[in-house]
Ligand binder design. Structure first.
Ligand SMILES: Cc1cc2nc3c(=O)[nH]c(=O)nc-3n(C[C@H](O)[C@H](O)[C@H](O)COP(=O)(O)OP(=O)(O)OC[C@H]3O[C@@H](n4cnc5c(N)ncnc54)[C@H](O)[C@@H]3O)c2cc1C
Length: 418
């Protein structure tokens, strides 16, 4: 039995999937016949405790990502303190110091921008996106929750998703936004290249002896990068990537011992660090799906590509995917009344748009990871010298900052000529 029929069914209501639904709804508002959009999500977001402070899952969101989240109506719902602005970034190699010859820094003031980005709480952000979609004033989007799909049948006219209760959902386009272990990707048997770094990222929040100065600090050690991301309450969120044996060892340390090890790993850049939350260790991998699209399907976000978190780009890439897919579909669907959202040739435009940019970012992360965790001292010294050299080239630094910020008008549907 078919319970629902959609033009677009998005599997996965994480930040990428929800943003994709929100932008589609925005871009297609001028259409006489509204697009029928559904989001199927296994776990509906829960409201975090009001006084709990930022959760352990926070991300650095660049200005383009913010613009997308604003357009989706989620940014302004973030409670005070859940989006902490940062104005500077300082990156250095273990043999150097934060301002030494093997370091590089970015300052928003150099490019006249108000900031480089924000450190945002994932749970509040996802809740804001969800509630904005649930607010039917913006147009109907069905939020289907509480069940994971049981099976998928790919047909020429529709994708049919079978649910555990025996019902099914049909859609002319199926969007896989279901994260790094994507069910959609595996059902469609899409070839994927994967790399296990043999590393874990240890995350948590810490207080520091010296203020973070609204600066994101990152030190490359031979074991992996360790980052301190500034939170609004004066603490910093840590992402400490280390090879598995070390990650297991430091995860098991008592809080004060862990604080001392972290202080040393960060080169005491903020003085003594003390742990203020439980710690979590997350396995790190990189994956890239060879095809993002085909007849009646498209993948976005981590379902299509997963990267090392060392430059905090994963969700930013996912949001740009969401915007590019929504814009490509809107350009097509606003152009002709009978246009089909599952048209493989149209979906291929989205893939061409995003794949190159995603691969480039992945290659850059891979290069940085390899060079700085290499056993070759010559190589790491050369890389450190490279950081220092770029640091002395303001034009190149401005270009890098513009690249990291992302396209300014991404949420307005300009790129496909809307
Ligand atoms: C330690 C660490 C730090 C990071 N820091 C940053 C950062 O600073 N900046 C940044 O940009 N990125 C960062 N990232 C990357 C970022 O977290 C991911 O890129 C991002 O969360 C991916 O979002 P997504 O919506 O694509 O997938 P997910 O967040 O994984 O969402 C997928 C959704 O799909 C749902 N789902 C899954 N399977 C099914 C199914 N079968 N049926 C129904 N629903 C399903 C899940 O419940 C979930 O809600 C970091 C990652 C790590 C590990």
């Amino acid at each position: 039995m078919t319970a629902h029929d959609y033009d677009v069914l998005i599997i996965g209501g994480g930040v990428t999937g929800l943003a994709c639904a929100g932008l589609l709804r925005n871009f297609l508002r001028p259409r006489r016949e509204p697009l029928r959009i559904g989001v199927l999500e296994a776990r509906a977001p829960r409201r975090p405790a009001a006084d709990a402070g930022p959760g352990l899952r926070v991300f650095a969101i660049a200005p383009a990502g913010r613009a997308i989240l604003e357009a989706c109506g989620a940014w302004d719902t973030l409670p005070p303190g859940m989006a902490a602005p940062y104005e500077r970034m300082r990156v250095w190699q273990a043999d150097s110091t934060p301002f030494g010859p093997g370091s590089i820094g970015f300052d928003a003031a150099d490019s006249g921008a108000p900031g480089l980005g924000h450190i945002v709480d994932h749970d509040w952000l996802r809740l804001g996106l969800w509630n904005a979609l649930a607010d039917q004033g913006g147009g109907p989007v069905d939020l289907l929750t509480g069940a994971s799909p049981a099976g998928l049948d790919a047909g020429p006219e529709a994708m049919t998703v079978r649910l555990p209760d025996g019902t099914s959902v049909r859609a002319r386009l199926l969007v896989g936004a279901d994260g790094a272990d994507s069910w959609v990707r595996s059902q469609l048997q899409l070839p994927t290249t994967a790399r296990d770094y043999g590393q874990l990222a240890v995350v948590g929040h810490v207080g520091s002896e010296r203020p973070h100065q609204r600066t994101a600090w990152q030190r490359f050690t031979p074991g992996g990068p360790v980052a301190l991301l500034p939170l609004a309450d004066g603490r910093s969120s840590i992402v400490w990537s280390c090879f598995e044996p070390e990650a297991r060892e430091i995860s098991a340390l008592a809080d004060d011992e862990f604080g001392a090890r972290l202080t040393a790993a960060t080169g005491s850049v903020l003085g003594d660090l003390r742990v203020t939350t439980p710690r979590l260790a997350v396995p790190l991998a990189a994956r890239h799906t060879h095809r993002y699209t085909g007849a009646r399907f498209a993948l976005v976000g981590d379902a299509a590509h997963q990267i090392h978190p060392l430059a905090g780009q994963g969700i930013n890439l996912g949001l740009l995917d969401a915007a590019a897919l929504a814009e490509t579909l809107a350009a097509h669907l606003l152009g002709a009344r009978l246009a089909d959202p599952g048209d493989a040739l149209v979906l291929r435009r989205y893939e061409r748009w995003r794949k190159g940019a995603n691969l480039l970012t992945m290659a850059a992360m891979e290069g940085l990871h390899r060079v700085f965790t290499s056993d070759s001292t010559t190589l790491t010294r050369l890389a450190a010298a490279g950081l220092g050299a770029v640091d002395r080239l303001p034009v190149v630094k401005r270009l890098l900052m513009a690249q990291a910020a992302g396209p300014a008008d991404v949420a307005r549907g300009r790129h496909a000529g809307l």
